[in-house]
Design a binder for this molecule. Structure first.
Ligand code: ZN
Length: 405
């Protein structure tokens, strides 16, 4: 849920964070000196202030270290947005300031870091000139990272954990364009590279590989049944890709649908296996949190601690559209899958806190298409027949959603 009272949200976030040391707490708060109008500026999207912030600085604590600045979504010339990701060792406190243009200075977002240094390999200034980002630069005296924005661009800031990342999502023209055009679908084969995901050694199944093949078959199928659609994959081979990069691509392409495709695995709950389609939302369901933690590469405590904050970035209207998309995909994937496995279980549409979906500006789902660790499904997954059935199901769910808009 995303509409609970703000005092409750504060309580939730603090409650979740109590499991960590104070130092590990990372706080977002709005700058008191922010010079832009509160109601019409991006601050409306940003997490609310933390009242106890001033007590937080802990002298003598270990310094955090900015390891890398990655900029995603800017490969194409006419990209609709960019994502800047700051990756840290340790968890710095930070303050964000969103500033209007003044004199020669463009509108900009400054991330002021407390007790943080940065590696020599981090470039002092990177010209971007695309996706709403003019330049990303480091500044002193207090260490900060400044994102100079292009005209009409807007940004919002959130953080992810394990490793600690501050993410600045910039939208080139503030709001989505509503012009009529060919629908764009971005499919995201889960994992890849150094992160194979789940596996079943007995059947020689690796999630990253199976997800890639199902995604490719899904793309082929969408192109066949909806020739107008443009379909893109976040990865075409067994290369690694960060969770942030995947959604950044979908935002940059102004995709109409983003679907991350995975295979499930479980220890205790595989008596039935089955298909599940997830949307991004908070959850108290332990199974859903465990699965999210595994897919996110985090611990369960991290997910439950951070989820209220992150879910607020996701607007309610978008959750409803994601649910509509999820229900269609769930139904068609089950019915196609059941042609091969008549007893394929329906685990339903569920909500959880998948990092890969955070910040998506379009209806976005994560499909756990079957269980690698449930024997009948594992055996079926070794066949092209079953993989194609699942892909056909996912594709017709997406096509049905696009046609019904
Ligand atoms: Zn996965």
């Amino acid at each position: 849920m995303t509409d609970r009272g703000s005092s409750r949200k504060h309580a939730d976030i603090r409650g979740g964070a109590k499991t960590h040391t104070l130092w590990m707490l990372a706080l977002l708060w709005l700058s008191g000196s922010c010079d832009s109008a509160p109601s019409s500026q991006p601050e409306a999207d940003l997490p609310a202030p933390f009242p106890e912030l001033e007590e937080r600085s802990k002298p003598g604590g270990p310094k955090a270290h900015l390891q890398r600045i990655d900029i995603y979504g800017t490969q194409r010339h006419n990209t609709a947005g960019a994502r800047v990701v700051l990756t840290f060792e340790g968890a710095p406190l930070f303050r964000q300031k969103q500033m209007s243009p003044e004199g020669v200075l463009p509108a900009r977002i400054a991330i002021e870091l407390v007790d943080t240094d940065w590696g020599e390999s981090v470039p002092v200034s990177q010209a971007v000139g695309r996706g709403g980002v003019e330049r990303v630069r480091l500044a002193t005296p207090n260490p900060r990272v400044v994102i100079d924005l292009q005209r009409d661009a807007k940004g919002r800031v959130f953080y992810l954990t394990d490793p600690y990342r501050i993410v600045i999502d910039v939208s080139a023209h503030g709001a989505r364009l509503t012009r009529k055009r060919r629908p764009v679908v971005v499919l995201d084969p889960g994992h890849g590279g150094d992160e194979p995901g789940a596996a079943n050694d007995e059947y020689d199944l690796v999630e990253a590989k199976v997800a890639l093949e199902i995604s490719k078959l899904t793309a082929d199928r969408i192109r066949a049944i909806m020739p107008r659609a443009r379909v893109f994959l976040t990865r075409e081979d067994d290369t690694g890709l960060s969770l942030e990069a995947r959604c950044a691509l979908a935002n940059a392409m102004e995709a109409d649908v983003f679907a991350s495709i995975h295979l499930n695995a479980g220890s205790e709950d595989v008596r039935k296996g089955g298909v599940t389609t997830f949307v991004l939302d908070t959850t108290n369901n332990r199974q859903a949190l465990r699965l999210a933690a595994r897919e996110n590469g985090t611990r369960v405590a991290e997910v439950s601690g951070i989820q209220t904050l992150l879910a607020r970035l996701h607007r309610r209207g978008q959750t409803n559209e994601s649910l509509r998309l999820a229900r269609k995909i769930q139904r068609t994937t089950l019915s196609r899958g059941r042609v091969v496995l008549p007893r394929l279980a329906d685990r339903g549409v569920r909500r959880s806190m998948f990092y890969v979906l955070v910040g998506a500006r379009m209806p976005a789902v994560l499909v756990e298409a079957s269980f690698l660790t449930y024997e009948p499904e594992a055996r079926a997954l070794t066949t092209r027949y079953y993989r194609r059935a699942l892909a056909d199901g996912i594709a017709s769910g997406i096509a049905s959603y696009l046609r019904s808009r």
